[in-house]
Design a protein around this ligand. Structure first.
Ligand SMILES: NC(=O)c1ccc[n+]([C@@H]2O[C@H](COP(=O)([O-])OP(=O)(O)OC[C@H]3O[C@@H](n4cnc5c(N)ncnc54)[C@H](OP(=O)(O)O)[C@@H]3O)[C@@H](O)[C@H]2O)c1
Length: 219
């Protein structure tokens, strides 16, 4: 597998953790910023050549920059949109084209329950995840007929750097638990999953709260 992120020390350490016990190279690190859109096609070619092909692609990169309720800041919104959505488009378009050609492959996008309603807390984070969810659905509808599977993952709260210091993390799960749910969904070729699964029920209720009530809530 190829692992991509910006922090090379963490990336190297993770690859080492995977490769050492196996006593062979299973994970190759690539330092990359998903907002470096122009480098994506070349890097995809390089990775595909190094791995000898590609059958699974996971877009996980995402940032949440907290913003106060009275703040409306374009710069923060742009950064979240670029990493959470535009970076996804930069990668998933060429990957989709490749899988379309080879009539096989699986795409996984890590979206969020946050994309299901426009809540007061983080408008552009919510919007970036709503856009990603919608884009993944379109990809699925386009690619299913070519034998390509697209999985949308909607996590609730997961205990990672992103949520560190946050309060009221209802139904929070570990990153390992979320990863296990995602692996199971990949193997079972699911289309959409919530992790933890309880969020399916929670979001069913949240989606149906009328606006007259929803706009008075403070979450
Ligand atoms: N934690 C939650 O409760 C939660 C809930 C719903 C959805 N999610 C989603 O789950 C995904 C993973 O988030 P997390 O909770 O694991 O947060 P995290 O611990 O902050 O991890 C974010 C990941 O994204 C990478 N990343 C950020 N900016 C990047 C960039 N410009 N280019 C390349 N990689 C970049 C980071 O690596 P580098 O910094 O090294 O680049 C890191 O691997 C995100 O898409 C997030 O929106 C999380």
């Amino acid at each position: 597998m190829a692992l991509l992120a910006r922090r090379d020390d963490l990336l190297e350490a993770l690859c080492e953790e995977i490769n050492s016990p196996a006593d062979e190279i299973r994970a190759i690190p690539y330092v990359h910023d998903v907002t470096d859109y122009d480098s994506v096609p070349g890097l995809l070619q390089e990775i595909t050549a190094a791995l000898g092909g590609l059958d699974l692609f996971i877009y996980n990169s995402g940032i949440l920059i907290p913003s106060g309720m009275k703040h409306f800041e374009f710069e923060k919104d742009r950064r979240m949109t670029e990493v959470n959505y535009l970076g996804a488009l930069a990668w998933l378009n060429p990957v989709a084209a490749m899988f379309h050609r080879q009539k096989a492959g699986q795409i996984v996008g890590i979206s969020s329950v946050a994309g299901e309603r426009g809540r007061v807390g983080n408008p552009s984070y919510n919007a970036s995840k709503a856009a990603l969810t919608c884009y993944l659905e379109s990809l699925r509808n386009r690619l299913t007929r070519r034998g390509v599977h697209v999985l949308t993952v909607k996590p609730g709260y997961v205990l990672t750097d992103m949520t560190s210091g946050m309060k009221n993390l209802y139904f929070a799960i570990s990153a390992e638990r979320a990863a296990a749910d995602i692996c199971t969904a990949i193997r079972r070729r699911k289309q959409v999953i919530y992790t933890a699964p309880i969020w399916w029920l929670v979001m069913l209720a949240v989606r149906n709260i009328p606006s007259i009530i929803f706009r008075r809530l403070s979450f």
